[in-house]
Design a binder for this molecule. Structure first.
Ligand SMILES: [Zn+2]
Ligand SMILES: [Zn+2]
Length: 348
């Protein structure tokens, strides 16, 4: 079979390997669709602290496929089942896992980081992932591609729950990448009265128009604060989501918010840029709520899958391009180019 191994910064190679064998407590799935995430792009550029130098790893944590091998002790899955894999596997025993925040487990393991992930023909599912509920049956009517995209959406869903977006809210999303698109879809579903998306790339803003946003702002050409004030009758927005890794945007978010506005600093900062100046008087006098969310729990993932299954949420407009495992470098080049939304690696 073919597997695309990350060997180090900037180095992914397609290799011919033997397909994995399921141990007694494991599964093997035939990969049908695995989406490329911003995290994969960051690992390719900068590496990852959980992938030590000298080890090779198959990236990809947005995975959907068909069960093709079932270990003899595994009773709840059968050959032929369609499954998707919420990537973050908690230990099950720590305070965070007990409260359901599996993505905050200090010893979490993850597909595409601690385990070989989705950019290969067959994926082995370790016993711990099965035991922790990280194998989710895909409801009928959801394609493998759409199931693979539940993972990025679930991060926006987790953000939505923290922000408590309500009907009538005005929402500003800064960053028109695929995750920005997920925030748009979630905000629409929550009944936001007006959704404003800002980015510096016109092609990405055009994608947002297809997703049904009300206003797009190219913040390289137009002053974002003026645009937000204009679109909110001078009040500022009730919700701001920074879906990018730019310190100045976090600073600006405080100015874009209305009194009692809620701000999610969704995008993390690179290590050397994490100290960001904020006008705390804006937080104080406007009684802002400034919070952060990261990733999503297995529960967020399952609830997101249920939203898709309900027919109220369609993730397919996010799918822009498809490549086989053997074309992995072309797939990463496409994703890095900032064209389209989600890049999918699919069964060849
Ligand atoms: Zn992801
Ligand atoms: Zn834990």
């Amino acid at each position: 079979m073919k597997a695309a191994y990350f060997h180090g910064v900037g180095d992914i190679r397609v290799e011919e390997t033997l397909p994995p064998e399921a141990g007694a407590d494991e599964l093997v799935i035939k990969m049908k669709a695995s989406a490329i995430c911003g995290t994969d792009l960051r690992i390719l550029k900068f590496g990852h602290f959980k992938i030590p130098g000298g080890t090779k790893r198959v990236l990809g944590h947005e995975i959907a496929g068909e069960v093709v091998q079932v270990g003899k002790n595994v009773t709840q899955f059968k050959i032929g089942m369609r499954v998707a894999l919420p990537p973050n596997v908690g230990c099950g025993a720590c305070a965070m896992c007990r409260r359901g925040y599996t993505q905050l487990c200090p010893t979490y393991e993850a597909f595409g980081i601690s385990y070989d992930g989705g950019f290969q023909d067959y994926v082995k599912v370790p016993a711990r992932a099965i035991a922790r509920g990280n194998v989710v049956v895909i409801p009928d009517g959801i394609s493998y591609e759409e199931a693979a995209m539940v993972e990025p959406f679930s991060c926006a869903y987790h953000s939505y729950k923290a922000l408590n977006i309500k009907p009538g809210d005005s929402v500003v999303v800064i960053g028109a990448g695929p995750i920005g698109g997920c925030h748009v879809l979630m905000s629409k579903l929550a009944g936001a009265a007006k959704i404003i998306v800002a980015d510096v790339q016109d092609n990405r803003l055009e994608e947002m128009v297809k997703l049904g946003v009300d206003v797009t702002v190219n913040s390289a050409k137009e002053d974002l604060k003026q645009a937000v004030l204009r679109e909110t009758d001078g009040e500022g927005a009730s919700v701001i989501i920074t879906a990018c890794s730019i310190p100045q945007i976090q600073t600006l978010a405080m100015e874009l918010a209305a009194t009692h506005g809620r701000i999610n600093l969704f995008g993390g900062m690179p290590k050397d840029k994490e100290i960001v100046p904020l006008n705390t008087n804006l937080i104080h006098y406007k009684e802002l709520t400034v919070l952060g969310t990261t990733g999503s729990s297995v529960n967020d993932y399952c609830e997101s899958m249920a939203l898709v299954a309900s027919g109220k949420l369609n993730l397919m407009p996010l799918a822009s391009a498809r490549f086989g495992v053997s074309q992995i470098n072309a797939a990463f080049d496409y994703a890095l180019s900032g064209q389209g939304m989600k890049t999918l690696v699919v069964e060849e």
